[in-house]
Design a protein around this ligand. Structure first.
Ligand code: COA
Length: 373
């Protein structure tokens, strides 16, 4: 069996950012309009009025201060409350593929790779632009890569599932260099009129180049072990799908966007992930204290605090468990990769760390890495 490593990563950040203040102002304006239109029913007690969202709540409950988006004007317009991204003709590259290509170019450049060096492309994300042709094949064409390409979706865990899939191709010898991309337009599936979740997500794209050790550039990352886990749960769900047309009465219902039982997710996923990390550490003959850094999925700062303290045996500082939630919010599969990309330059040969994602499914993935000499 061959050894798989991470040769490089890439990140593309959208140009527009929305602060909590801006987001809350638009939500509150939308809620006031909604209440005004239903004044009589609210006064007679038939329906409950919408209450205001709060900047303080969002930051305290999640650690999020702002998020990047592809389209800002639609999201913060109280009459729209959704991104407005014009459809493109089939001859033009799609939005998701374009984002992925931007991140991929950076990963290829950092590893000194040309498109002809790559054998396969995996697009691993929680929402695809369309059913087919695959985003990954579009990215493959845009970059001029030979070989094969396909899409996979494991919600917030897509990137770690993508890394293990790419590593398995390399380990088995069916590919030597695999480009794995995570374009996430989470603003597209977020219900900006839902007070409980309107602040959660942002947009971004990341890329990871997984290669056979013998061809990897200096300063690559050895993959010490990968592990994946899924356990069915209805607590994070999105019922948007191709059969919606077959049940037209449901089209436009809130369940065709992201919905969650946030409290339950928090309570159930923290122990599941902490146990998984500790078991995987044991299988690799490692301990939490051997890890220089945890690049955890970026959904909630309090969740990450609890998971890291169950792994390290004490609360992690911001160097040991860095956050990108404050500026990026939850970017689904891309979150742990952004953290890894932005907070790994200081690693010395032999330093070890963990890339870990978790989310809908439930699903979780652990990728232990060590900086090579
Ligand atoms: N502004 C002000 N108050 C709000 C609010 C908002 N935007 N949203 C909810 N609240 C209120 C609630 O109404 C509730 O009030 P009550 O106690 O009077 O009923 C109170 O704040 C607590 O709400 P709750 O939903 O229990 O908050 P929480 O502390 O669980 O935080 C999340 C909410 C979503 C931030 C948190 O549960 C979370 O991050 N969970 C994990 C999510 C996750 O990882 N999901 C995976 C996504 S891929």
């Amino acid at each position: 069996m061959k050894n798989a490593v991470i040769s490089s990563t890439g990140l593309w950040t959208p140009p527009h950012s929305i602060s909590n203040e801006e987001l809350v102002a638009s939500y509150n304006a939308w809620a006031d309009n909604w209440n005004r239109e239903r004044e009589a029913d609210i006064a007679s007690g038939i329906i409950e009025p919408k209450t205001h969202s709060s900047v303080e709540f969002i930051e305290k409950a999640s650690g999020i201060k702002s998020r990047y988006v592809i389209n800002k004007s639609g999201v913060i317009d109280p009459d729209i409350m959704a991104p407005r991204i014009p459809e493109r003709p089939n001859e033009e590259i799609s939005v998701l593929a374009e984002m992925a290509v931007n991140a991929a170019r950076q990963a290829l450049e950092r590893a000194g790779r040309k498109p002809e060096d790559i054998d396969a492309v995996i697009c691993a994300a929680s929402n695809m632009q369309r059913a087919y042709p695959a985003m990954a094949i579009e990215v493959q064409k845009a970059l001029g890569i030979n070989g094969f390409a396909f899409d996979m979706n494991v919600a917030c865990s897509s990137a770690t599932f993508g890394i293990q899939t790419a590593a398995d191709f390399v380990r088995s010898g069916s590919a030597r260099s695999v480009l794995m991309v995570n374009p996430e337009v989470c603003s597209g599936h977020l219900n900006f009129t839902d007070r409980d979740s309107h602040f959660i997500f942002g947009d971004v794209a990341t890329a990871v180049l997984v290669e056979e050790e013998s061809i990897a550039p200096a300063g690559h990352w050895k993959i010490l072990g990968t592990k994946l886990k899924t356990e069915f749960s209805n607590n994070i769900r999105n019922n948007f799908g191709f059969l919606n047309r077959a049940a037209p009465e449901g089209i436009g219902a809130p369940d065709k966007l992201f919905v969650q039982e946030g409290r339950k997710v928090f309570k159930e996923v923290v122990p599941m992930v902490a146990t998984m990390i500790n078991e995987h550490l044991g299988e690799l003959n490692l301990q939490g204290t051997d890890l220089r850094r945890l690049w955890l999925h970026q959904a909630n700062a309090n969740m990450n605090r609890m998971i890291s303290s169950r792994v390290l045996g004490r609360e992690a500082n911001s160097d040991e468990s860095p956050t990108v939630l404050d500026t990026y919010a939850n970017t689904s599969s891309a979150g742990s990769i952004i953290a890894f990309h932005k907070h790994s330059e200081d690693f010395k040969p032999g330093d070890k760390g963990l890339i870990c994602s978790f989310g809908a499914g439930y699903s979780a993935g652990t990728v232990f890495v060590e900086k090579a000499g």
